[in-house]
Design a protein around this ligand. Structure first.
Ligand code: ADP
Length: 403
């Protein structure tokens, strides 16, 4: 089965086309500035010349048309006709409490995703646009949706409920949903495979550290706690996001700076995190460079980030009553060896020891455990698109088999 995986944003559409026999990506690309002047498409297919061009794309449906034309073009494509796209898998940011797994798209599913728009206003509406665009361009092709929140639906009430008047949960569904679930699920599964043990028997802490960062406690293959909350603003400080803080700070600063709630929320999302602390950058590479030049605020930003991640590792080991493996993934987790080293530094008392030599790795799956460490340490490049493709294959195969 060949599957097209789509991640639709407000003005962008990323895609990967998988051969599910080999799990190979046959083609991938990005449509940018959809509906805006100067829309462009970047496309790369296996064994073909790369393609990049400004092409007018007023809607997501037009973008999907461009993608399918490229995929079937003799020059840049990998398939002869559109009928070779047997199924489409979509990434969806929020499935709220409706979805604890990937599902086949039907009217009811679309309705529920739309209800979750309030929980992911910057993402869900655009995912729906992507689904509708595929329906229009590829009628009859089964579509599956995979939710970033689904993996965390297994959290128990003690992990997901906030200590607020219960009616806010009842009326507005205020609770912890978490994020990056597809990534946490994938890297926990890979770690178990690398250990040669069933994930059901393992306690794993997964650290997805990128522009947005979240840590998850995966007990027996199920998420039992995660650092992001109702929204992806919670948890550790991130590139530009504050992470969790004393909620009273909001009123205190808003009063003094004369800010309304929208302005404050924007500051917490876009002007805080390591950017806010350092005043230098949200990118950890820039912070590393600034530290080398003696910038104390950049140093403090990195210290605060490392300390926060370290505390989550301790907390989640306590929450699960032990830990068998810690996994690092995403931009920072995969590539920043020094930060990995610093995060687990001093955790020898928990049986966590990293091998500095093995840890000299970027963007590659690797066991970086030191000899004698009770807890395994892994670097695992995340692959959310593959998970979406695998879920899509499973659901569409079952559909075909009449299950
Ligand atoms: P997003 O959450 O937007 O997907 P990423 O997972 O790409 O973000 O993470 C971005 C972060 O990863 C940046 O702070 C960047 O410094 C870091 N990063 C990405 N690639 C590298 C690399 N090759 N070496 C060191 N750091 C990297």
């Amino acid at each position: 089965m060949d599957i097209l995986v789509i991640n639709a944003g407000s003005s962008s559409l990323k895609y990967q086309f998988f051969n599910m026999k080999t799990h190979e990506v046959l083609a991938k690309g990005l449509c940018e500035r959809i509906g805006i002047e100067g829309s462009r498409v970047k496309h790369a297919a296996k064994g073909k010349e790369k393609f990049e061009k400004e092409i007018a794309m007023k809607t997501h449906a037009e973008a999907i048309r461009v993608v399918t034309q490229l995929m079937t073009s003799p020059e840049y494509g990998v398939i002869k006709s559109m009928s070779e796209i047997e199924a489409v898998g979509h990434r969806i940011v929020s499935g709220g409490e409706f979805f604890d797994r990937s599902v086949l798209v039907d009217d009811e599913v679309i309705e529920k995703i739309a209800i979750c728009n309030v929980l992911a206003p910057l993402h869900n509406p655009h995912h729906l646009t992507g689904i509708n665009a595929c329906k229009e361009v590829m009628p009859g092709v089964p579509q599956v949706v995979t939710f970033d929140t689904a993996f965390h639906q297994s959290m128990p009430i003690k992990a997901y409920l906030y200590a607020l008047p219960y009616e806010y949960y009842e009326k507005y569904k205020v609770r912890r949903y978490g994020a990056h679930g597809t990534s946490h699920r994938y890297v926990a599964g890979r770690a178990a495979q690398m250990m040669g043990r069933p994930v059901e028997q393992l306690k794993i802490i997964t650290c997805h550290l990128g522009n947005g960062s979240s840590i998850t406690a995966v007990d027996g293959g199920r998420s039992v706690d995660t650092s992001m909350g109702l929204t992806p603003l919670a948890g550790v400080p991130m590139g530009t996001r504050s992470g969790s803080l004393d909620p009273a700070i909001l009123g205190y600063v808003m009063e003094r700076e004369n800010l309304d709630i929208q302005q404050m929320t924007k500051i917490l999302n876009e002007k805080s995190g390591v950017l806010g602390i350092s005043g230098v950058s949200s990118d950890f590479r820039d912070l590393d460079a600034a530290v080398l030049e003696g910038n104390k605020r950049a140093e403090a930003a990195l210290d605060i980030f490392v300390y926060a991640v370290k505390k989550y590792i301790g907390a989640y080991a306590a929450a699960m009553g032990g830990v068998d493996a810690v996994v690092f993934t995403a931009g920072i987790g995969e590539n920043n060896a020094r930060l990995r080293e610093r995060i687990v530094d001093g955790l020898g008392f928990m049986g966590i020891k990293l091998d500095q030599e093995k840890n000299k790795v970027t963007g590659e799956e690797k066991d970086v455990t030191a000899d004698g460490s009770k807890v395994k340490l892994f670097v695992v490049p995340t692959n959310e698109e593959l998970v979406i493709a695998l879920d899509t294959e499973e659901i569409v195969s079952a559909l075909r088999a009449g299950k």
